[in-house]
Write a protein of this length. Structure first.
Length: 273
């Protein structure tokens, strides 16, 4: 069933790419399907919806989508659009974000610089997927966001294992510099510890030195909560004050901006509804 659904997702991703191509909008498929090609057997990487990043004017795209499709949950970086009855899809105007405004500004500028290179369609599959070097940065930001607000799962760790395993050794220093520029050194070092100690990745493959203390905290988050924190049964559930307080001890530069960002985003949604 998993393999058949993966094949269906790839078919829908190709069709979705063509829909945007006809409107003159380049795109690439992020996350699940985008990561799957790095796995030994891509179809075994279970995916949820199709996350497609587009390069188009937001107002014009939203006007077109509202006229043609059923939309839900429109937020700053994406909108859920019902293109198909059997596979759900999210249209991304931005791949993801960071709560810290300075680091987020740097990140969004980097996305703008990178997007054209990532939106080159692979003729073998019929849609574009990001490069390994891009995913080494983007995916860690995405996982970091899950850790801060939603909860991080084993799948995120395994995804990053295969991303790093497929990363060209000549790109390690470049990726490390970019992660440092975006303020991601601590989460990167935590992930490296988990990849080395739990997944058995060789030290020579790591993109930075592992941090045992932060690695243990990250591993605890994975094992106690899982993706979206569904398995937590303590007072550190999603959006709790206790959770933010604990995160402040490990990731203060990001955690301190969660509440201000949410306040800004609430105003943004009112003005852009």
């Amino acid at each position: 069933m998993t393999v058949k659904y993966y094949e269906l997702q790839c078919k829908r991703a190709k069709e979705l790419t063509l829909i945007f191509q006809k409107k003159g909008i380049p795109s690439c498929v992020l996350k699940g399907i985008g990561f799957s090609f790095l796995y030994p057997t891509p179809a075994y990487r279970q995916s949820g919806d199709i996350d497609i990043w587009i390069d188009g004017d937001r107002k014009k795209v939203m006007a077109w989508l509202k006229n043609q499709y059923e939309l839900e949950h429109a937020i700053w970086h994406h909108v859920e659009a019902k293109f198909f009855n059997d596979v759900s899809s999210e249209i991304h105007f931005h791949p993801c974000w960071m709560y810290n405004p300075i680091n987020n500004r740097r990140l969004q500028r980097w996305f703008e610089e990178q997007k054209r290179a990532q939106m080159v369609v692979n003729r073998d599959v019929g849609f574009a997927v990001p490069s390994v070097k891009f995913n080494a940065v983007y995916s860690l930001v995405h996982f970091y966001h899950h850790l801060i607000e939603e909860g991080i799962g084993v799948r995120h760790v395994v995804d990053y294992y295969y991303i790093i395993k497929n990363l060209n050794c000549n790109d390690i220093e470049i990726v490390n510099d970019e992660l440092r520029y975006f303020g991601l050194q601590r989460i990167a070092s935590a992930m490296m510890w988990v990849l080395h100690e739990v997944c058995g990745m060789h030290m020579t493959q790591l993109i930075c030195s592992p941090n045992r203390k932060e690695g243990l905290f990250l591993l605890d988050e994975v094992m106690r909560g899982g993706n979206f924190g569904h398995y937590r049964n303590d007072n550190r559930r999603r959006n709790s004050i206790v959770r933010l307080w604990v995160l402040m001890k490990h990731y203060p530069n990001e955690a301190i901006w969660v509440v201000p960002w949410k306040m800004w985003h609430k105003c943004w949604r009112v003005l852009n509804s």
